[in-house]
Design a protein around this ligand. Structure first.
Ligand code: FES
Length: 105
């Protein structure tokens, strides 16, 4: 039992393994490109984890404060937002990348 715990703890400390299939998220205005490893709940969280400070309020797809332009690619919504943004725009608080994506952040 203690061997299993040590293995889980060790795995948590190791850096993530990036495979050739990983999605890339580019924040074009900031010149930042990072892999999407699925360890953030949304694109907003990924941006914040990389030192960006996008506008937000509800973080639940209700207020559209986090809306930003998509230069290329698309997103998938975790839950359908209250008001879906126009094509070419995304609510980053409640979405994840659907393939490589470039956001105007
Ligand atoms: S912060 Fe309110 S919709 Fe994203």
């Amino acid at each position: 039992m203690s061997d299993n715990k040590r293995t889980q703890d060790d795995a948590r400390d190791e850096p993530p393994i990036i495979s050739g299939d990983v999605l890339l998220v580019t924040f074009s205005s900031s010149g930042i490109q990072v892999p999407w490893l699925g360890n953030h709940e949304s694109l907003l969280e990924l941006a914040e984890a990389n030192g960006l400070s996008p506008d937000f309020s509800c973080r639940a797809g209700v207020c559209n404060t986090c809306e930003c332009s998509i230069s290329s690619g698309d997103v998938s919504y975790l839950d359908e937002p209250l008001s879906m943004p126009e094509d070419g725009r995304a609510l980053i608080c409640c979405s994840i990348p659907d393939g490589d994506i470039t956001l105007d952040l």
